[in-house]
Design a protein around this ligand. Structure first.
Ligand code: SF4
Length: 297
């Protein structure tokens, strides 16, 4: 959960997941608006949870329930990338393997006063090389401590805004501090404008709301949010006069089902979901199925 996020964000996600699961397991029914608010959080958490589950199953099947102390074997586990491999091997097995998270990138970019965009492939290769160099020169048995120290330094001293150079143990080695370029390092790539989409999703009851089966659909296993379950719907197109029209079209196209869309305020909810590459305002509309149609896939 704490992978690639700050501790307090990880805590928030964990509490959100905990709350989501306990509400799902409670006997009481939740209103559609409550459920709609939980969907975004749950989607975010589900991919990691599914990977963790799949990795645990693979560990039991292939490694007797133990994490292997081998880079290639670790990389074969679902959801495990270079960063996690470095964390496991250095902290659990004290192997001199590097970690490169946002904090370490910032510290190294400042220490070496790197003036190229920090996420450019060549810069990343150089940062990985520097991170490896550092951990390989750490004292014996201190690989994990070295990586943790770099991450902590970035989190607490070499912070994005106002680094506390006077307190920094590396100030005498730091090129950015010597040249006064700390505020310009790391060089961030230019911000892209984030596209916004209006999306309609149907909370489709077979008959009476809360007294009949509710339709949910599984996304294709390949692609964005693959294999997750969702309220069916889609993006509003220029030809859709409004979101209910968009929803009727999408549900007919995807599922071959004709629906009646409830009136605004009829148990629906609208929420902005800022995702990594785009933002979607998702309006959940309470609907009722009008005709028998194809079975949900
Ligand atoms: S001296 Fe300042 S800029 Fe350099 S690593 Fe330390 S906190 Fe960061």
């Amino acid at each position: 959960m704490l992978q690639q996020t700050r501790r307090r964000n990880g805590d928030r996600l964990l509490y959100a997941l905990d709350g989501e699961l306990s509400q799902r397991s409670s006997a009481g029914r939740r209103r559609p608006a409550d459920r709609a608010q939980g969907v975004g959080r749950t989607r975010l958490l589900c991919a990691r949870a599914r990977n963790a589950h799949a990795a645990a199953q693979q560990l039991v099947a292939e490694h007797g329930g133990q994490l292997p102390a081998d880079r290639r074997q670790l990389l074969r586990l679902p959801g495990i990338g270079e960063y996690t491999v470095g964390a496991i091997l250095s902290m659990a097995f004290n192997q001199p393997e590097p970690i490169l998270d946002g904090n370490v990138k910032r510290v190294l970019a400042r220490l070496c006063d790197i003036g190229d965009p920090v996420d450019a492939p060549a810069t990343l290769r150089e940062l990985w090389r520097l991170a490896r160099l550092l951990v390989e020169t750490a004292p014996p048995d201190a690989a994990g401590a070295c990586n943790e120290a770099l991450m902590e330094l970035g989190a607490t001293v070499c912070t994005p805004q106002s680094p506390r150079c006077l307190l920094c143990p590396l100030v005498d080695l730091c090129l950015a501090a010597a040249r006064g370029t700390q505020a310009d390092r790391p060089v961030m790539p230019p911000r892209k404008t984030t596209p916004h989409y209006d999306v309609a999703a149907g909370v489709i009851w077979q008959g009476e709301p809360f007294a009949s089966p509710l339709l949910i659909a599984q996304r294709p296993h390949k692609g964005l949010l693959g294999g997750l379950w969702e309220f069916p719907g889609g993006k509003q197109e220029a030809t859709d006069v409004d979101l209910p029209a968009c929803l009727r079209r999408e549900i007919m196209e995807e599922l071959g089902i004709a629906i009646e869309v409830g009136r605004a305020g009829d148990g629906g909810a609208s929420r902005l979901h800022p995702l990594s590459n785009y933002a979607a305002r998702v309006s959940h509309q309470t609907c009722r199925r009008r005709t028998a149609g194809a079975r949900l896939r």
